[in-house]
Ligand binder design. Structure first.
Ligand code: C5P
Length: 402
């Protein structure tokens, strides 16, 4: 997935350097979108920014066309990094005070993403106590400043306040993304996770279900997303809220779950944690089945597709790079898990004991055994959240070693 930068160009003489910056950022494979302030447009034109970024340029907070295309909140959150370049004394002051009187400052106030500022101003303005206090406030809030440097100014004075050159800005951007890659080792990886039970319809009011709570699958999706993975959770009916920071697709039946999984392909990782019903009713009744005095109705079952095996047995780029299944067993847990891994053709199986005495189904803890190509590892009993994080770390190791 391409990383995205939102450039906010305010009105300083160094604004022309943003053009070169866009070019260099794009050469690095980053996508660049621009917001141009009114005063910025005295120094660079929307047309040149648009040509270099190959995107439209946003400038008006109250433009219906801008809002229709992308609301200002979404605009501010759609990027991985915001860079204010040049950052004038004025925009720094507005940021510090939380003023949002145009699109640029509104986006800066509304964003939940990291912000970098590249100050550029006259030396007296830079050294002024107000500017220094504003910068301190911003740095304390996590804003990353780049520069300024000392040098000759456009106004004829000499000193600090001159905007950093493009290579220095790029160095800071590279360092930012390198650090982020360390924190988010799964950034750019696409992941799908199935979770929860499936409900197989008998008639309009009845269904076959199982006791899966979805807690483990949801925790796995959340742990993978927390490491930066672009995650889709395909969930059967559960009473858990949709986790934040990922997409949740709701399904009822095994057939719907399989279809939803196929729609997500290609992915780098598939984790099938759902307790998919092995069977469905061969012919569901359109009307509610009536109780009669004769024999109770017999339910004619037919086998559901095995989603895990289907994904594992796909070929080419339609096979996820890593396919992980869960095996809920009530006896011979490890032995059955190893057998299941071979039968289904998945890479890893996490086996757990779901006998009623284990308290795993619906509980908050799990004792898992990871069966992979080289053998089986038994993990100590831990919370489902911890187990999910441990699995997510293993997924990172897998890609690092690949
Ligand atoms: O065969 P069994 O149901 O024990 O296998 C469990 C594993 O297979 C789990 O990972 C589950 O999500 C997956 N599975 C599936 N589709 C099915 C049945 C099981 O994906 N129809």
């Amino acid at each position: 997935m391409r990383k995205r930068v939102l450039l906010i160009i305010s009105g300083g003489i160094a604004a022309y350097r943003s053009l070169e910056l866009i070019r260099r950022l794009r050469e690095r494979g980053l996508s660049v979108r621009c917001i141009l302030t009114k005063s910025g447009s005295n120094f660079v034109t929307p047309l040149s920014l648009s040509a270099l970024s190959e995107d439209r340029v946003y400038s008006d907070l109250f433009s219906l066309t801008d809002e229709a295309e992308m609301g200002h909140i979404q605009l501010s959150r759609d990027a991985d990094l915001l860079i204010v370049v040049p950052a004038t004394a004025n925009i720094l002051a507005k940021m510090a005070a939380g003023i949002s009187d145009d699109l640029a400052t509104t986006a800066l106030l509304a964003t939940d993403k990291p912000v970098m500022v590249v100050p550029s101003m006259n030396v007296r303005m830079w050294e002024h106590a107000a500017t220094q206090a504003n910068l301190q406030t911003l740095v304390a809030r996590g804003v990353v400043p780049v520069g300024p440097v000392e040098g000759a100014m456009a106004c004829g004075e000499f000193g600090a306040g001159r905007m950093s050159e493009v290579p220095e800005i790029l160095e800071a951007v590279d360092a930012f993304f390198a650090e982020k890659a360390n924190e988010l080792p799964l950034l750019g990886r696409r992941v799908l996770v199935t979770s929860g039970p499936t409900h197989e319809e008998i008639d309009p009011v009845r269904f076959i279900a199982n006791r899966s709570s979805g807690k483990q699958g949801h925790a796995v999706a959340q742990a993978l997303a927390a490491l930066g993975a672009d995650t889709t959770l395909i969930s059967g009916p559960v009473s858990l809220p949709d986790p934040e920071g990922l997409r949740t697709v709701h399904v009822q039946t095994a057939l719907e779950m399989l279809l939803a999984c196929k729609t997500q392909l290609p992915v780098d990782v598939a984790v099938c944690a759902a307790a998919v019903a092995d069977w469905r009713i061969a012919e569901t009744s359109v009307q509610k089945i009536k109780k009669s005095s004769d024999q109770p109705p017999s339910l004619n079952l037919t086998e559901n597709p095995d989603i895990l095996a289907t994904l594992a047995q796909r070929t080419g780029n339609k096979r996820p790079g890593l396919v992980v299944g869960f095996a809920a067993e009530t006896e011979n847990v490890i032995e059955n898990a190893v057998k299941k891994r071979d039968e289904k053709g998945c890479d890893w199986i996490l086996a757990n004991d779901v006998s009623p005495s284990s308290g795993t189904f619906g509980g908050d803890e799990n004792s898992l055994h990871l069966a992979h190509g080289e053998g089986v590892e038994s993990w100590e009993r831990m919370t489902k959240t911890d187990a999910a994080q441990k699995l997510a770390r293993r997924v990172c190791d897998f890609f690092e070693a690949a």
